[in-house]
Structure formats: structure tokens, C-alpha cells
Design a protein around this ligand. Structure first.
Ligand code: AMP
Length: 393
């Protein structure tokens, strides 16, 4: 994908406004429970420090609805940032362009929560201009916020030179490897609870992929649409026609659809519930399909053997409840093994996918796992992301 990169860009003496995502999860006592997002912002900040640029960091935190409040202040992140960078970090509670004068070249200043300003989530141009007035160039380094047309994540990029930060660059290069210029055959695995949340995604994927495996609760809707009995499973019966349309498009586009042929069923939705594996035809009315069966996993693995690229979103079963995590774990481990051997490029992301692949112990061996939820899904849906579009000019 063609977009503006930092490489070769003169940064010395410039003030760079960097959009990061410091919307980190926290424990009850306020401490950071997962600093992945903070860590991913570090390479760009260090790069700017080394180049002698001044860095202004912009981020949202929580949902303060355009009004400042103590709970959602970004001040809490400063000590963690100081420790991670091993350098001073200034904090500015207000949007004051003069505050930037306090910075030396190589200095770093974090501005207060962008969502304390009413215009942020409205994509207000005047607010974007206020952000832009803080510096000379804009660096978008928060892929996870790139699907939003907010003042600090996209609109500002229309007002000044805009570049991808190093984390954004890594993300864009990897995701384009999976859908824009992938090595074929390209295979998708889409699971999760409902078809209704992934209709656009499925429609886009069937027109781009060679093979699409549909698993998880959403497979039940497809099986029902095909006339199978799904008992008391999670199933969106009203989406029967949508499911049939997707299957029809897949046929037209020559995308092979793989649905479960055998399943694991239980009468209760709970861990270690009494369960059995059976053919589709013998699911009883009192039973719920909670995972794919052994033959289905074998078929999925055979398909992986034939694929060169894999894109994965969503678990294949109710993976939080043992033993209904079995097919997700086995399939994820197999994808990780093929990736490690260099036979597969594997890219995954969105919602529960990261948790599911971590649970399987497979996450480290995937080629790339995007921690961006909504942005990854919208990208898989084929929608332009405002925070990425501004980097293409
Ligand atoms: P999503 O956020 O759409 O990716 O959905 C993830 C959720 O789907 C997880 O909480 C899984 O437990 C759930 N899920 C997957 N398969 C099933 C199933 N067969 N029945 C009920 N829930 C499922």
C-alpha cells in the first residue's frame, strides 16, 4: 500500500504531532493492566527523539463525551511513559500552542485527553486546526483509532503533512500482505457469535478469498439456512436469506465455503457441561452447538495446507468455556505451525480473536496479530479508514 512513511522525512528541528492510542485497560486501583498500546507507541517517539524533533502526543481515553473529568484524565500515563522512554515527559492540561515552547529538541509533551473537547468525536475542523497549530507535521500512529473520522485521528491530517508512524506502518504493511496483495490461495477463518455483526465483512471476504471457513455461533445461522437442524443453538433465523445470499455470492465469486460437518453439542452453556460430538443430522432440539467437531477441524487443516495466506477473525466455538475451545485451539496451533515453517502468512485480529489465539498459545507464531478491534474489522469489510486515507495523499 502506498502511503507517506517517516523514512527519508527530515524531522530535525520539527515539531511532530503524534496521534497515539493510550486508551489502555486499567485495574480497579488505576494501575495499567495491559501496556501493549503504550509499548507500540514507543518506537515512533524514540525515532523522533533521536532525530532531534519535538514530540506532541495526542490520545483519547475513555468516553468523556466532550467534557473534562478527573477519572478520564490522561495524566495517569505520564509515569509509565517516563519509565518506558527513560526521559522526561511534560504534560499539558490545556491545548496551548505556547506550551510547546517549553520543549527542547528531543523533548516529549503529552496533551490532555482529546475527547475532553466537544469537537473531537464530531470531527470538528476548528478543533483539528487547534491541534494542527501545535506543530509542523502530523504522524498517525494509532491504527486502532484510524476507523474514526475524529479531529485528532483523521481531520487534522487534511490540514498539514501527514505520515504513518512506525506502528501504523507495520500494521498497514502486514494487513495489505493479507488482503491487498496476498499470495494465493488466500483463506479466511471467520467465527464468533453472530452473523448480524459481520454481514459486511462476510460479503467483502467472499469476493476476495479463495476459501472461507465459517465457524462459531455464526455458522449455525448458515447451517439453519441450508436446512440443517440446529436445536437450541445460538442462531439468527431471521438472517436466513442473508446467509443464503452470501453463499450465492461466494459461488459466483468462486470462493469455497467450508462449514462444520460435525459438531460438539451440550444442553447447557457452561464450562465442562455434559457434551457429545455428533453429525449435523443428529443434533437434538434440546442441544446447543458449541464447537466444531473433529472432522470439521481436519477439513479446516487440509484447507490451511493448501493456502499461502490466512486471515482470521473470531473463535470457532465458545472458546471461553472448556472443552468448547478445542477446535479454536487446534486450528490456531496448526496455523501457527505452518507459519513457523514459512508455509503460511497468517494475519489475525478483531475483538475476541487476540484473546482466543493467546489462549491457544499460538499468538506469538502468527505473522501478525492486530490488536485494533473496530479498525481491523472495518478494514476487513473493505471500508476506507479515514485515519489511513489521509496518509495516502
Ligand atoms: P465475536 O465477538 O463476534 O467474535 O464473538 C465471540 C464470541 O462468540 C465468544 O464469546 C464465543 O464464546 C462466542 N461463540 C463462538 N461460538 C459460539 C457458539 N457455537 N455458541 C455460542 N457462542 C459462541
Amino acid at each position: 500500500m502506498d502511503f507517506n512513511r517517516l523514512k527519508g522525512t527530515r524531522l530535525k528541528g520539527k515539531t511532530a504531532i503524534v496521534r497515539v492510542d493510550f486508551n489502555v485497560p486499567r485495574n480497579k486501583d488505576g494501575s495499567i493492566s495491559d501496556d501493549t498500546r503504550l509499548q507500540s507507541a514507543l518506537p515512533t517517539i524514540k525515532h523522533l527523539q533521536k532525530a532531534g524533533a519535538k514530540t506532541i502526543l495526542l490520545s483519547h481515553y475513555g468516553r468523556p463525551n466532550g467534557k473534562p473529568n478527573k477519572k478520564d484524565s490522561l495524566r495517569f500515563i505520564v509515569p509509565a511513559l517516563v519509565e518506558a522512554l527513560d526521559s522526561e515527559v511534560l504534560f499539558s492540561p490545556t491545548l496551548n500552542a505556547n506550551a510547546v515552547d517549553l520543549l527542547e529538541p528531543g523533548g516529549v509533551m503529552l496533551m490532555e485527553n482529546t475527547r475532553f473537547h466537544k469537537g473531537e468525536t464530531e470531527g470538528d475542523k476548528a478543533l483539528a486546526q487547534e491541534f494542527a497549530d501545535l506543530g509542523d507535521i502530523y504522524i498517525q500512529d494509532a491504527f486502532s483509532a484510524a476507523h474514526r473520522n475524529h479531529a485528532s485521528s483523521a481531520v487534522i491530517g487534511e490540514l498539514m503533512p501527514a505520515y504513518a508512524g512506525l506502528a501504523m506502518e507495520r500494521e498497514l504493511d502486514h494487513i495489505s500482505q493479507a488482503l491487498i496483495k496476498p499470495k494465493s490461495p488466500v483463506m479466511g477463518v471467520v467465527g464468533g457469535a453472530k452473523v448480524s455483526t459481520k454481514i459486511d465483512l462476510l460479503k467483502n471476504l467472499v469476493s476476495k478469498l479463495d476459501i472461507l471457513v465459517i465457524g462459531g455461533g455464526m455458522a449455525n445461522t448458515f447451517l439453519f439456512a441450508q436446512g440443517h437442524k440446529v436445536g437450541s443453538s445460538l442462531c439468527e433465523k431471521d438472517l436466513k436469506d442473508t446467509a443464503l445470499d452470501i453463499l450465492k455470492t461466494a459461488k459466483k465469486e468462486k470462493c469455497q465455503i467450508i462449514l462444520p460437518t460435525d459438531v460438539v453439542v451440550a444442553k447447557e452453556f457452561k464450562a465442562n457441561a455434559k457434551h457429545r460430538q455428533c453429525e449435523l443430522a443428529s443434533v437434538k432440539s434440546t442441544e446447543m452447538i458449541l464447537d466444531c467437531g473433529t472432522a470439521s477441524v481436519e477439513q479446516l487443516m487440509d484447507a490451511m495446507d493448501s493456502a499461502k495466506t490466512l486471515i482470521w477473525n473470531g473463535p470457532l466455538g465458545a472458546f471461553e468455556l472448556s472443552p468448547f475451545d478445542t477446535s479454536t485451539v487446534e486450528a490456531a496451533k496448526y496455523a501457527a505451525k505452518l507459519t513457523k515453517k514459512g508455509k503460511l502468512v497468517s494475519v489475525a485480529g478483531g475483538g475476541d480473536t487476540v484473546a482466543a489465539l493467546k489462549h491457544a498459545g499460538a499468538a506469538d507464531d502468527f505473522t501478525f496479530i492486530s490488536t485494533a478491534g473496530g479498525a481491523f474489522l472495518e478494514w476487513m469489510e473493505g471500508k476506507p479508514l479515514p485515519g489511513v486515507e489521509i496518509l495516502k495523499k
